[in-house]
Design a protein around this ligand. Sequence first.
Ligand SMILES: C[S@@+](CC[C@H](N)C(=O)[O-])C[C@H]1O[C@@H](n2cnc3c(N)ncnc32)[C@H](O)[C@@H]1O
Length: 395
Amino acid sequence: MSAYQGWEITEEQREIYRQRSKKSSKAKANALRGEGKKPIHAVNIPRLNPEDLMPQLPRNGIRALSLFSGGGGLDLGFERAGFSHVASYDILAGAGVTLRNVRPNWKVFAGEEGDVTKVNWRPYRGLVDVIQGGPPCQPFSIAGRQKGREDSRDMFPEFIRAVLEVEPLAFVAENVTALASEKFNQYVKEVIEAPLAGKYKLTKFILNASDFGIPQVRKRVFFVGFRDEKIAEKYEIPKPTYAWENVAASQRQESVQLNLFSFLTESQLLKRCMGVREALGLPDIGFDTLAPTLRSSLTGPRHTTSILSSVSAQKIWEKLQIWPNGVALDREKARLFVPENNHFRLSVPDCAILQGFPDSWPIAGAVYMALGQIGNAVPPPMAYQVARSLWGVLS
Ligand SMILES: C[S@@+](CC[C@H](N)C(=O)[O-])C[C@H]1O[C@@H](n2cnc3c(N)ncnc32)[C@H](O)[C@@H]1O
């Protein structure tokens, strides 16, 4: 089964896309030969290093198995939080390329051998403490038409099967917030809660990426389950550690007014989350904000090199003077290929930073393939906080 299912588009639409893409490829080739517009932006040096948002913790001996690993957002977050990696599974061969590049010693099953529907998980029983995974979100996302269990890409039953076969101490499943909406109440009851009833105690919560220092508007729902009820009772969901500028400033202001400031320790004060321009090291233009949600280039009507998610997002990118289409493979190529409106062109490593991936975890593949893995990922610093919260009760 292919992980990618394109939308139906008419021949006419296809032709428009074809022409647009031909024109843009020509302009790009000219630019990269040095025959385009003269570059106006210097190669940027990002100010945000996502590693700083997830300081490496010592090994804690807790063993984690990863399903639907993609480019490894959850995997990296768990590793930084001190968990030991057991194996990663993904049907996308490109995800395997990324994971094997960055962690040659990891057990990575990708492509056909990574298809979770074909795996017997029982041999992992006793060798795994935590199963983590983000089953494909298309069955629940608006872009994927929200068909839930009618969608052949619905892999939640497979995730639950793995949990029941391995019987880990705990599991973490991540998805789009639509899965926590009323529309999917019945789905959650039947597909997630019912098969686990009496075996796992479940907690469900939504986290916000900028609460953990990631300069992007992005919310995700997490389902955490514990086999032991007492552990489940002790569990605390991750608390924000950062806040987008205005919130952080107002919190400080409020503390001063209440004369509390001197009583608040550094760790109780939220740190300030950077905006996109600051994070990417772009010059100050008097405006900065969080990036609109980056979309995955693997989930739309066709593979693209754009991270644009909506019309309102387009307006925000314009105000930021950043061009979100035709993302370049690297920063030098982005500099050379000046967009028509002279805005700053994004590159794959810049998009990775906006998703919380450090430069030390390069996402492999052609632009669309890398953006697909980036846009699909749990930002590693958010994954890190979830992993830490588990460690808090499992250790
Ligand atoms: C939302 S992404 C997961 C992202 C990942 N958790 C991260 O943090 O980077 C879902 C992944 O499920 C994979 N997938 C879809 N069907 C699959 C299957 N049958 N077996 C294994 N992986 C599958 C897709 O290729 C995709 O990479």
